[in-house]
Design a protein around this ligand. Structure first.
Ligand code: ATP
Ligand code: MG
Length: 259
């Protein structure tokens, strides 16, 4: 179980997270939705210990991770598989080396055992016979699926998916949704998904949480989200340009302001 309480994170004058409270229950798929730049990826990175919050606590199975030293943190991080936004494969490594990276570094598996596990994971994501290709030779959808195979290779207890369907065609997006669902069933993993693809969020989630102005303002089942009277959540999930959420285009493009 993951418990996030009062987590705040700023970058210079940019207060991204302003007191996030969120609980991820064992075995569930919890999806975090929210506008671009609201801090969804920053939240995942804090939960994984890749970024350190300025205040607040993060408990992973009861262990408070914000004060751990590097070795202790590494131990906790081994419970996680992480599909980065944009897959983030190592360009100079083959698919086999990418998927086997964690197995090579974190287990005592020999080469044959790693290779067998890599093939098994690639088969799970519907990819066979591409072990020797490099990321540059793959399509966007294939990269995502290789990233997914890498995330599950070490049989993690938790999987974090950052935008697993963004940029994919609708059919490939649904293939990824089905994969996430079947991984939850087959491997009994707890999943945290970040997306603004509402079709995907409704399909794969047990609960959906919305991040807005640095806080989680709503948590509910897909049905509760569909029927919400919360004007912010309603505007977001329906994709309406009018409502309490305003997009300040001028501010968005004023890079000089950010120095
Ligand atoms: N390492 C960093 N250093 C400085 N600022 C950062 C860093 N990482 C993120 N930010 C800032 O934090 C804010 C939130 O970024 P984040 O990537 O979490 O957004 P997001 O909700 O994931 O957006 P998207 O949906 O576009 O992926 C942005 O203003 C971004 O510029
Ligand atoms: Mg992001």
């Amino acid at each position: 179980m993951i418990q996030v309480s009062g987590v705040a994170k700023s970058f210079r004058s940019n207060d991204v997270l302003r007191g996030v409270d969120l609980e991820v229950r064992d075995g569930e798929t919890l999806t975090v939705i929210g506008g671009s730049g609201t801090g969804k990826s920053v939240l995942l990175k804090n939960m994984l210990g890749l970024l350190k919050p300025d205040r607040g606590e993060i408990r992973i199975d009861g262990t408070e991770i914000t004060a751990l030293d590097e070795t202790e943190l590494l131990h906790v991080q081994q419970k996680f598989g992480y599909l980065f936004q944009g897959a983030a494969l190592f360009d100079s490594l083959t698919v086999e080396e990418n998927v086997g990276f964690g197995l090579h570094n974190l287990t005592d598996f020999d080469a044959a055992k790693i290779s067998a596990r890599v093939r098994e994971c690639l088969a799970m994501v519907g990819l066979k016979g591409i072990q020797n290709l490099k990321p540059a030779e793959l399509s966007g959808g294939m990269k995502k699926r290789v990233g997914l195979a890498r995330a599950i290779a070490c049989q993690p207890q938790y999987i974090m998916y950052d935008e697993p369907t963004t940029g994919l065609d609708p059919i490939m997006a649904d293939v990824i949704n089905e994969l996430i669902l079947s991984l939850q069933k087959q491997l009994c993993v707890t999943s945290i998904v970040v997306t603004h693809d509402m079709k995907s969020a409704y399909k794969i989630s047990n609960r959906i949480a919305m991040l807005y102005e640095g806080k989680i303002i709503f948590v509910g089942t897909p049905d509760q989200v569909r029927n919400t009277t919360n004007p912010v959540v309603h505007q977001f999930v329906e994709g309406l340009s009018h409502g309490p959420i305003t997009v300040d285009i001028e501010k968005s493009f004023n890079f000089e302001d950010q120095s």
